[in-house]
Design a protein. Structure first.
Length: 272
């Protein structure tokens, strides 16, 4: 019995929640030179064993390490198993996460287009896995994927999207990141009595990491306001990143005074 590993994925990802009605044939993850590797009987047995591992309880001690070891033993020959696990809901979500990470590690950048499609997966863990894998592959061109993730219903997905943008320095998405400061989904409570969630710190720091110049003056004003004093470290961090200036570390008052003076000079310069 022989199986080809010149992988052709039949069927675009068809998640029921997304409503994909037609299967389309897409060619993905081909081996270099279009070569075909046949599986011997021993491969078939061990790959079946690998698939069974993905069906096990994700909390089983040592399972993740065992899956990784067996996957890397077969490398590209294990790709069909990884794809099957990623696409089918019968496998535990955490194991599907591992399959996504392993696919990226084995197939590299070739797997990016396929992995990116999982940003539309109905389960938040697979959406995070998609983002995490793309980050590991250093894929900084999937702007629409990351922009979409910034508005995801899951806070964890939004945080991961910020991490991708920050670590890969995706400056073109700075306006979308800044708009998150005004997105009510990043706050808890009712209108007029909303409280910031933890993601606001990540938003502010990401703005600094990608050096969004237009946020400099607004941040300099925020750091002066008493109700934002719990964010002083984050605001100070971003202002230093954007301006290239280092504030004094002596006290919070010294920092506020420093950024007030910097902002005032900036406003004068603009008028001139």
């Amino acid at each position: 019995m022989k199986l080809s590993v010149a992988i052709c994925l039949t069927g675009l990802i068809s998640f029921s929640a997304i409503g994909a009605n037609q299967d389309k044939s897409i060619q993905l993850l081909k081996q270099p030179g279009g070569q075909k590797n046949s599986l011997v009987k021993e491969d078939i047995v061990t790959l079946e064993r690998l698939e069974n591992m993905f069906s096990m309880d994700a909390k089983t001690p040592g399972l993740a390490a065992m899956i990784k070891r067996h996957t890397f033993k077969h490398r590209q020959k294990a790709v069909p198993v990884l794809i099957k696990v990623m696409k089918e809901s019968k496998y535990p979500e955490q194991n599907r996460w591992h399959a996504t990470m392993l696919l990226g590690q084995i197939m590299g950048k070739k797997s990016a287009p396929f992995i990116a499609k999982f940003i539309d997966h109905p389960h938040w863990m697979m959406r995070v896995a998609s983002l995490k894998a793309l980050l590991g592959l250093k894929q900084d061109t999937y702007h629409s994927v990351y922009a979409k993730a910034l508005k995801d219903s899951s806070l964890i997905v939004r945080v991961q999207a910020l991490d991708n943008i920050s670590k890969m320095n995706i400056a073109p998405l700075a306006p979308q990141v800044w708009n998150m400061m005004y997105d009510k989904s990043n706050y808890s409570g009712e209108a007029g009595n909303r409280k910031r969630t933890s993601i606001v710190r990540s938003i502010i720091r990401t703005i600094g990491d990608i050096k969004f110049e237009k946020a400099k003056n607004p941040l300099a004003k925020l750091i002066q306001k008493p109700k934002y004093q719990d964010l002083i470290e984050d605001l100070d961090y971003s202002l230093e990143k954007i301006t290239g200036r280092n504030s004094p570390n002596s006290s919070a008052d010294a920092r506020r005074k420093f950024w007030s003076q910097v902002n005032a000079k900036s406003m004068v310069t603009k008028k001139i």
